[in-house]
Design a protein around this ligand. Sequence first.
Ligand code: AMP
Length: 224
Amino acid sequence: MARLCLILFGSPGSGKGTQAKLLKESLGIAHISTGDMLRERVASGDEVGRSVASLMQAGELVPDETVNRLVEEKIDRPECANGFILDGYPRTVQQAELLAELLVMRPIRTIVVHLVVDYNVIVARMAGRRQCPVCGSVYGINSSAPNTVGVCDKDGAKLAVREDDREEVVRERLRAYEQQTSPVLAFFKKSGIPCWDVPAAGIPPQVIAKGIEALIRKERGEAA
Ligand code: AMP
């Protein structure tokens, strides 16, 4: 069976990361988050990290060539042999074009899932999001809240607001999403890649994940 490329699409805060973690386990495929990869590079202070740090802090997109190179290097690694989930990539038509070229050269079945959430819900959700500065775990306010308010379950560190989750930065990220990312969906639809809109507000993440698994089975022609 062809490898699966599941493109998780949706604005910042729509739950792509949560879905990616659930689906990675249930589908047994890799999770590629360009945001996580870039944050790792910023934390390591290497050349790529230094070049993107201020753009990321302002909630702006980093150059296409930088993310394209990160993804291209990653998808042929052994951990992606069964397939992979793209979380936060592609975000521009130029990135989507490069990805389409990479995918066409490989036996990969591509499916786009668009998580649909109202922007006001997103701003409220991200304002309540906290991250552990030590291990990077992310906590929300409802289902994914830590056991003790403000403290990481894994290592007891004090949780902090991620710099780019501040409200004005969230609004800038939503603006960038609207302007640059919506045409990407149009590109996929035009290219004949199956695209599914999945409502993702007020529904438990596990239920959303089960729905996505069913869509994938359907696309692969498997019994539900
Ligand atoms: P995320 O965690 O996916 O919301 O990404 C955090 C930040 O990383 C974004 O606000 C961008 O600055 C940068 N970033 C992540 N993925 C991409 C991408 N595909 N293209 C450009 N910038 C990206």
